[in-house]
Design a protein around this ligand. Sequence first.
Ligand code: UT7
Length: 335
Amino acid sequence: MGSRGAKKSICSIAGLGYFLPEDMVTNQDLAMFVDTSDEWIVERTGIRARHRVAVGEATSDMAYRAAVAALDDAGVRACDLDLILVATATPDTPVPSTGCLLQARLECPGIPAMDLGAGCAGFGYGLHMAGAAVSSGMHRKVLVVGADALTRITNYRDRQSCILFGDGAGAAVVGSEGFLDVIDSDIGADGRGASMIRVQAGGSRLPASMDSVAASLHTLELKGREVFKQAVRHMVDAIRRAADRVGIDPRSFNLVIPHQANARIVDAVGEMLGVAEKNLVIDIDQTGNTAAASIPIAIGRARERGRLVPGQLVVAVGFGAGIAWACQVLRVRER
Ligand code: UT7
């Protein structure tokens, strides 16, 4: 492959926005009703607090705020969009899609809108599909949102999982011109790992019933240790393949942004790749795992901290339920 990051862009992010609800749940709050401690949670996950969606609000409310921020940032009106993709595992309702609810809030009737399910890899899946849509010429301006309210499906009797999850949303306006070029994109899945992260009830296999509710089968179930190992393995492999395709050593990425699931997972990814600490984004202590929102929130916050420097190469990698993964190489441009 040619010189460093010289690859042609697939699409570009013209605007980015994120939203985190005001209400916070601290480790101390959780320790009041589940057998855990602030020390254990901080040491094993790096999380100190997480945001929680307001009473009466849902995923589309957070998605709307993130979308408005991204549109503002891009200087684009909602009516100029021609596709809306919402990656979420926690839609407001099973029917209709959160994408359509968001479209109504944005007051842009007629624009195609849909949901996309790829767990915590959802934003990367959305970005990949937006890239395909833009580079084929079928769409010009795509709104990609990653939004989740995991606290709504968390089992607060399961100390292993309830400490991890927080709520939030992130959004990007994607077109052919922007400040963050997507120069490489890859997605993958392995459905054999479906039982590692799942919600068993509430779908067509096990419709909601008194029994399913009593057994907490509508909450998220996680095989923690197994997911930990798979997350590290798949994110490392995805970054290595991406580095190969753009013709650089993985250590040469200026910023590595893995899905923020657990600080120890991010650390392990960095360690296995030999990434310098200053080039690794660990931004989980006040957010927890926000699922499909994690990557756009982490990119947005890295940018606010001046960590997106023109000319540099960033790699973002997601991993989640499915199991599914997504990896994008981004080149930062002058604004
Ligand atoms: O977005 C993708 C989806 N999610 C993830 O990527 C999460 C991946 N997994 C993880 O982050 C970690 O596996 C967990 C945070 C879920 C668990 O951490 P761990 O270091 O893998 O702990 P463990 O499951 O190996 O458990 C170690 C001990 C156990 O006690 P014993 O059997 O050794 O006596 C657990 O019962 O820690 C205990 N434990 C806790 N203790 C205090 C588990 N959860 C807690 C807790 N507080 N909250």
